[in-house]
Each structure stands twice: as C-alpha cells, then as structure tokens.
Design a protein around this ligand. Structure first.
Ligand code: FAD
Ligand code: MLT
Ligand code: ZN
Length: 487
C-alpha cells in the first residue's frame, strides 16, 4: 500500500488526545466508537478496496443520529481535527481512507429508509443505507434505484452521491445530478442544511445540492438523500455478443440505439484480455457463455414493459446483426440465472484485475472513436519495456480495457503482481497526457481522490480550479474535510 512518503502531515491539524476521546464518549454510545492506538486494528477503515492506499487513523466514529454527527463536526472544526467521511469504502481513487491520522467518520449506522412515495417514485433515506438494500426495498415496492454497479452490496447511497457514481445503466437513467432531488448535509461547522423536501421541479436560486454530488467528502457530510427512482421493468433481456474489432463495437452501438431504442438499458464492452483475466478468477464457478475467444465482446441489456415486444425487437436486431456478420457469435440469457451469469462476465472484471496483487486503474472519458486507442498505446508501451506477460518475472499480468460505451467511458486496468513506483512511472503521467491530447477527461466516474490530485490540471482550467478552491475555503475554512485529496 501507498506510504505517502512524498507528502507530510499538515501541522495545522491537532493530534487526537484524551480530552477529545472523552468528548466523543460523552455524546456517543460505546458501540459507536472504535479506538485503537494500533491503526492496523482498524484496517477495514484505514485501507481501501484496492489495497493501494493505507492511512493511520486510530479512531472511527459511527454515529446513529444526524444530530450527533453534527456535534462531532462542530467539535472537530473547533479543535481542528481532520475528518474523512466514509461510506462502504469501495472508492477506487484513494478518496475514502485517511492519509495520516484523520478521524474516520463512518455513515454505516445512519442506515434507515425514511420514506417512499409509490406515486411520485421518490425515495428518502439515510446516507448509510447500502445501495443493494435500497434497491431490494424498492423492488418490493415496484421500483428500482436509478443506479446499479458492481459494488452495490457494500457501497452506500450517500457514498454513490459523494462520488457521483455512474455505473451500468447511466445511458438509460442518467446521472445522479439529475435523479437526486435533495440532500441533507452536515457542514464542517456542524450546521445541518437540508433540501430533503425536494420537489421534481424547484428553480429557486442556486441548486446547492449539486455542490456535494461528486465532491468526494471535501465540503460536507451527506446524511440524507432524496432521489427519484424508476418503475421496475416487467421484462429484461441480456445478450452477450462477440465482434471482430473495436470498430464493430461502435457499429453495434449505433445499431442498438436505433433498433432497440427506448428499451436499451445497458451497453457495455470488454476486450479479449479482460475476459481472459476474468476467466482465471471465476471460470471454475461460472462457465464462459461462448465456446471460443474473440477480440471484443459487447453486453447489451434491454428493460421494458412487455416481454413479447422486447423479445421480438432483440431477436430482429440480432438476426440482422449476425446476417451482416457485424456480430460473429453470441448468446441471449434464457432465465434469471443465465442473465445474472452473463452480467458476471462484466461485473467481475474489477475484482479479477485486482486479486493477483494490485491494479492501476484509469477511468477516463474519451471521444468514442478514440476510446480503445489508450489501451493499445499502454499495451505497446508496456511491451516495449518488456514489463508485461504471463511469466512470473514480468511485473504486469495484463493491461485490459472495458467500460460503458454508452457513456464514452473507458476503464483501463493494469493488473500487476505488486504495486511499484517503476510501473506507476511508466503509466503516469503518460495516460493523463494521452487523454488530455484526445480532449478526454482523466476522471469519468470514479473521481480524483488521492490518486489523481496532481493531475486535475489535465482536465480542469486554472479558472475552474481556483473556483473550486474558493468554495472549499469558504465552506471549510479549516480544511478539515477529507484533507490531502484532490483539493
Ligand atoms: P466510499 O468509498 O466510502 O467513499 C467514497 C468517497 O465519498 C470518499 O471521498 C468519501 O470521503 C466520500 N463519502 C462517502 N460517504 C459520504 C457521505 N455520506 N458524505 C460525504 N462524503 C462521503 N463507481 C462508478 O462510478 N461506477 C461503477 O460502475 C463502479 N463500480 C464499482 C465496482 C466495484 C467492484 C468497486 C469496488 C467500486 C466501483 N465503483 C464504481 C467505485 C465507487 O465510486 C463506488 O463503489 C461508490 O460510489 C462508492 O461508495 P461508498 O459508499 O463505498 O463510498
Ligand atoms: C466498473 O465499471 O466496473 C466500475 O467502474 C469499476 C471498475 O472499473 O473497477
Ligand atoms: Zn465503471
């Protein structure tokens, strides 16, 4: 894990002492405080999902009420104690864990559904509700959460708002900037600011909640979320298809938009190496759906209200795609289990890339025509330096590309046997320069966190960065909220 050798703990922050602990003990119950002088006891809070970043916090606070959380923030602000808000700790840019001894403020105990209105579809819940729990509750009420992602079993509703997560169905349901209707936020000084009474339309001045969506916990703590959910589709289909090259991925996408139109709910792609890596990890439990390997794969999902109508549309689409040899092989899920298994071949790529030692992740937006060129360029670069291969002495196992074609969002994962400065320096800033030259974004959906703090200038102008800094200084004058990260 990262040792943060090139930055220093800021002297402006106080070190936790026994008076501070006493204060927290005076407002919270015993089981809301985890304290240990040995930070490794708090590994689950100090270390991130990738096992790449590790902090040294000795204190985790898990308040059960918003009022207590507000008291904690007010105290930390006055005492200049730095704080890292934490949801499910599934973040992929080193944003969710401390760098030094910051207090971890976990939302895990703020986990109640507050209300659901089946007429408007508006769900109000605490920030610490796990995404899958919210989705299961909604399904029982004929609705779904308008966002789905591989980390749903761990990530929080507040966490996905704090990162503005995109996920697998953004092309159908849009971004959280659109579906979140209101937030309840505790500001660094302890003030509770709420727009939870949100309405579908409300143009009374600045839309302040947007400031916190994607702020990665640097401006305030989200404690409540009001969100517009979607009706549960009555019919769902998944097709897993093989194509000969990246041009064909784009051609199938255009065809799917035209012919599947309003029922298209996901369009994902993965390259051969992604699948080869995933096979090593999951093939013993989950059979690969096709008999052969191909250069590229596409996963298409449809969601609609009539099974006969959707089946007919998908079959017509596939027949003509195969007749013209645009699609060279493929399968359609026949039941729910098959549907879940096909999704597995996409959703398990992150874990399969990470599990063999470590992973360098690049989550970028690029013009669709250039989306895959980054993967090719990085593979050439690694091969030229003789760093990649199946042999155990090669540090990199594979550099794989997959992602959300519908959103112009590529994920480049460089699966490595261990983290090393040598590999990192081959990849960075190369990847960011490449993306910037192609007029892309260095963060499509995962944020900046610690990993990309040095590189924000590749995507944002000085004027934009200065505006962000002004906001930060205004709302968090002591800089206690998630310090050392992108701002
Ligand atoms: P954490 O990881 O705990 O925190 C993330 C950031 O938000 C941190 O900066 C933290 O300080 C802040 N934060 C958390 N909660 C709050 C709060 N209540 N108030 C203020 N700040 C807060 N992301 C995508 O966009 N699309 C994907 O498809 C996707 N798939 C993933 C698949 C896997 C297997 C994994 C491990 C991650 C994936 N992610 C994806 C990345 C990640 O961004 C999401 O999992 C999720 O948005 C993080 O939520 P969390 O509750 O775990 O937040
Ligand atoms: C995904 O699309 O699978 C996620 O963003 C996570 C990842 O790429 O690791
Ligand atoms: Zn993604």
């Amino acid at each position: 894990a990262e040792t943060y050798s090139d930055i220093q703990r800021s002297a402006q922050f106080k070190t936790l002492n026994s008076d501070d602990l006493e204060y927290f003990q005076s407002i919270l119950a015993k089981n809301e405080i985890i304290h240990s002088r040995d930070p490794s006891d708090l590994e689950g809070y100090n270390e991130d999902w990738m096992r790449k970043y590790r902090g040294q916090s000795q204190l985790v606070l898990r308040p059960k009420s918003v009022e207590h959380l507000a008291l904690i923030m007010n105290y930390c602000n006055e005492q200049k104690l730095a704080v890292v808000p934490q949801g499910g700790n599934t973040d992929l840019v080193g944003a969710s864990v401390p760098v030094f001894d910051e207090i971890v403020l976990s939302l895990a105990n703020l986990n109640k559904i507050r209300s659901f209105d089946p007429v408007s579809g508006i769900l109000k819940c605490d920030a610490g509700v796990i995404l899958e729990t919210a989705d299961t509750y909604l399904r029982e009420n004929g609705h779904i959460f308008p966002l789905d992602l591989g980390a749903k079993g761990s990530c929080h509703v507040g966490g996905v708002c704090a990162t503005n997560a995109g996920g697998l169905r953004l092309l159908r349901y849009g971004s959280l900037h659109g579906s979140v209707l209101g937030l309840e936020v505790v500001m660094p000084n302890g003030e509770i600011v709420s727009s939870m009474d949100a309405l579908r339309k409300d143009n009374t001045g600045y839309d302040l909640k947007q400031l916190f969506i994607g702020a990665e916990g640097t401006l305030g703590v989200i404690t409540g979320v009001s969100i517009l959910t979607q009706p549960l589709p009555k019919a769902q289909n998944v097709a897993f298809l093989a194509v000969k090259d990246y041009q064909a991925v784009q051609d199938v996408f255009v065809k799917a938009k035209g012919e599947l139109a309003e029922i298209l709910s996901a369009f994902e792609f993965m390259d051969k190496r992604s699948i080869q890596l995933t096979k090593r990890h999951i093939e013993k439990d989950t059979a690969f759906p096709l008999e052969e390997e191909y250069p590229f794969y596409v996963l298409i999902e449809t969601s609609g209200s009539s099974k006969t109508h959707d089946d007919e549309k998908l079959e017509t689409f596939l027949e003509s795609a195969m007749e013209s040899e645009l699609v060279i092989d493929g399968t359609i899920a026949q039941d729910k289990t098959e549907l879940q298994n096909l999704w597995k071949w996409r959703e398990m790529i992150p874990e399969s890339s990470q599990c063999q030692g470590g992973v360098y992740k690049y989550d970028v937006s690029l013009p669709l025509k250039d989306l895959y060129s980054l993967v090719t360029a990085v593979n050439e670069r690694l091969a030229a330096k003789d760093l990649v291969g199946a042999e155990s002495e090669k540090p990199v196992i594979a550099a794989v590309g997959y992602g959300h074609v519908g959103d112009g969002n590529l994920h480049l994962n460089v699966a490595t046997r261990k983290y090393s400065k040598e590999i990192e320096e081959v990849l960075e800033p190369f990847v960011y320069e490449f993306v910037s030259q192609k007029k892309g974004s260095i963060s499509a959906e995962h944020g900046l966190g610690f990993q990309k703090k040095k590189y924000i200038g590749y995507t944002r102008s000085d004027a934009e960065i200065n505006m962000m800094k002004d906001l930060k200084k205004h709302y968090d004058p002591n800089g206690i909220m998630n310090p050392y990260k992108f701002i």
